[in-house]
Design a protein around this ligand. Structure first.
Ligand SMILES: [Zn+2]
Length: 261
């Protein structure tokens, strides 16, 4: 088995898991993404795949395990296009809690919920994390690439956080070049609305979150194939730098979690 494969819990025997639990001080990453439309050029599994890529690289360096990923998130706004699967937020809270509870039975007590699906997953993940901490006595942190790359992406010639835009496209192009169809990428530049911002880098007042309506999403699908942002600006090279930044920050987050009282 390659070293990359060995970081995934599902590839190990229970005896190996037991040994690794001790060696990792009970630390494990749970990647959580989505299965939803990602424009005409990226696969529907994009959010989970990027979370998996960061988790695998960081776990390998830190000597910890990665739990099987949760391939589903909360995506009702993307149901307008095929391939999207959404799970109700209240169900996701229960699933994440049960995963943590199961692992905590056998001495995992430090969890990193690695979110590949941005702002819409964060709300329910916070509820699950708080409940796990309160009811199980475990330590949980949430790591979100859009928020954990503010310093880095400020220096890039990238626009705001959107959907299937140049940020996600660059990351996927680096992690899974065989799954990206750049020739199909379509731009849909941001409107720079003063009130509604989902980009953590925005310097003005936030957060006035406006849930997307089905009509709005249909317009998005027609206009750009489901993209918001400038998808054609994606770069494999910048994707590699972005990935490395996130792996480095993830390693810091793991060290922080292991020292947390
Ligand atoms: Zn995405």
């Amino acid at each position: 088995m390659t070293l990359e494969k060995e970081v995934w819990l599902q590839n190990l025997t229970w005896e190996d898991v037991k040994q690794k639990t001790t060696a990792s001080q009970g630390t494990i990453i749970l990647p959580i993404g989505s299965t939803e439309q990602h424009g005409a050029h990226l696969p529907v599994g994009t959010d989970t795949m990027v979370a998996n890529a960061i988790a695998e690289a960081a776990a390998l360096k830190a000597g910890i395990l990665v739990a099987p990923p949760l391939w589903f998130g909360w995506s009702p706004h993307h149901l307008v296009l095929p391939g999207t699967i959404t799970i109700r937020a209240e169900v996701l809270i229960e699933v994440a809690f049960d995963v943590i509870k199961s692992l905590s039975n056998h001495n995992f007590d430090k969890f990193i919920l690695l979110n590949g699906h941005r702002i819409v997953n964060v709300a329910w993940m916070q509820i699950a994390a708080e409940r796990a901490k309160r009811e199980l006595g475990v330590k949980v942190i949430i790591f979100d690439p859009a928020y954990m790359s503010k310093e880095f992406t400020g220096d890039m010639e990238w626009g705001e956080v959107g959907h299937a835009e140049e940020i996600e496209g660059s990351h996927m192009w680096y992690c899974h070049p065989d799954l990206v169809k750049m020739e199909r990428a379509r731009d849909n530049p941001h409107q720079h609305d003063r009130i509604y911002h989902v980009d953590p880098r925005y310097s003005g007042d936030t957060l006035c979150y406006v849930p997307s309506s089905p009509a709005e999403m249909e317009r998005l699908a027609e206009k750009s194939g489901g993209t918001s942002g400038e998808s054609t600006k994606a770069s494999q090279e910048l994707g590699q730098k972005y990935h490395q930044h996130l792996v480095d920050r993830m390693l810091e987050a793991i060290a922080f979690l292991q020292k947390l009282a």
